[in-house]
Ligand binder design. Structure first.
Ligand SMILES: [Mg+2]
Length: 368
């Protein structure tokens, strides 16, 4: 079996109920890039990459498509079941740009699953459970409004709530966290995600002011170094998200004793194979983590859920997907959705998503 064709599609994903507000940016619609790998026997695989705007990470939608134009031709003629050789072939044509290569990696895993008649989670070592916990992320908003949303989401069944903060005076963030701590049951795990939006001083002020209740601080400061500089003075555990760029960065953070866990983004770290490696490193050091992506439709969501299903339940902190912010699905029947705070692991082979390519219109690029 050989890869004969790679198609690239583009789709706009308007933010339902938007905009989605983070410390440094606010987004109304996301530009997602979808790939379909077609083998010479007709077998196909789907992949996707969708940066959450151009400033969250050093990634953007146009960059993803430019990178795909560099690497996709190098996969034509290769055996699609050779996912690692395919990764090497991409690296030989372009340094970095793991978030773009991740779309092709995802498509290869999907295709391999369809070939073997196995789910991606089975290829990754087997699902530990058939339903994974999701979590809800509130956008940056006024304290009372955020507390109202948090209470609603806790009542819906979410056992973990991530509160977006930053980009405003720390007093507003402190007031927000106290309002939420008062509004949700104690069993709900709270995470304060500053998206790199706090200075070291801000993080210390907020942690001290919220010392009375359990809280995880996610990516409080911009870099691993800034985080390490204040770690010993914080009253709460720290997760790194944006700084966990890839496996080497995760290893750097662990070596520097920078955090107690990670928010992991599938396409940022380079795809399913890369996230599997980080999963295993985290397991070896008993570090909890999420299996998320920054944004994306059913394809990205399915990939996140498949990896998450294989993580030790004690170490999986949750799976964030963009579905609550997107109207509709690529696959109306099997699309990935959150029910009562949990997501069912897809049952079909590969990623378990069936898509009629016609919904994406004509491909914007075809290789092969
Ligand atoms: Mg985060």
């Amino acid at each position: 079996m050989r890869i004969s064709t790679i198609e690239v599609y583009q789709r706009d994903l308007p933010v339902a109920g938007g905009p989605y507000r983070m410390a440094s940016t606010s987004v109304d619609a996301l530009d997602t890039t979808i790939v379909r790998i077609i083998a010479d026997n007709g077998l196909i695989g789907w992949g996707e990459t969708c940066p959450v705007g151009p400033v969250y990470q050093p990634h953007h939608a146009g960059g993803a498509r430019a990178a795909l134009a560099e690497v996709a031709p190098g996969l034509i003629g290769l055996d699609p079941l050779g996912i690692e050789p395919a990764r090497e072939a991409m690296d030989e044509r372009l340094n970095g740009h793991g978030y773009a290569k991740a779309a092709l990696d995802m498509a290869l895993w999907d295709l391999a699953g369809r070939h073997y008649g196995a789910r991606v989670c089975d290829l990754l070592g087997g699902a530990r459970r058939e339903r994974v916990p999701s979590y809800y992320a509130t956008g940056v908003s006024e304290p009372a409004e955020t507390a109202r949303i948090a209470a609603d989401k806790a009542a819906e069944g979410f056992t973990r709530l991530q509160i977006k903060l930053g980009g405003r005076p720390v007093e507003a963030d402190i007031e927000t966290l106290h309002a939420i701590a008062d509004a949700v049951p104690r069993g709900v795990r709270l995470v304060a995600d500053a998206n790199r939006g706090w200075t070291a001083r801000d993080a210390q002020l907020i942690s001290n002011a919220c010392a009375g209740f359990p809280l995880t601080l996610e990516q409080p400061c911009s870099t691993i170094e800034e985080t390490v500089s204040i770690r010993s003075q914080l009253r709460h555990p720290v997760f790194l998200d944006e700084s966990a760029e890839d496996l080497p960065a995760v290893l750097r953070a662990i070596t520097a004793n920078a955090c107690e866990g990670f928010g992991l983004k599938l396409t940022r770290v380079g795809g399913i194979g890369a996230l599997r490696a980080i999963r295993d490193v985290c397991a070896a050091r008993s570090l909890p983590h999420t299996c998320d992506d920054a944004w994306g439709g059913d394809i990205v969501a399915a990939a996140c859920v498949h990896v998450a299903a294989t993580v030790s339940p004690a170490l999986l902190d949750g799976v964030w997907i963009a579905a609550p912010w997107i109207d509709g699905h690529y696959d109306a029947e099997r699309g990935i959705a959150i029910r009562d705070g949990f997501i069912d692991v897809p049952t079909g082979a590969g990623l378990g998503i069936e898509i009629d390519p016609a919904i994406f219109g004509e491909p914007i690029a075809v290789y092969g």
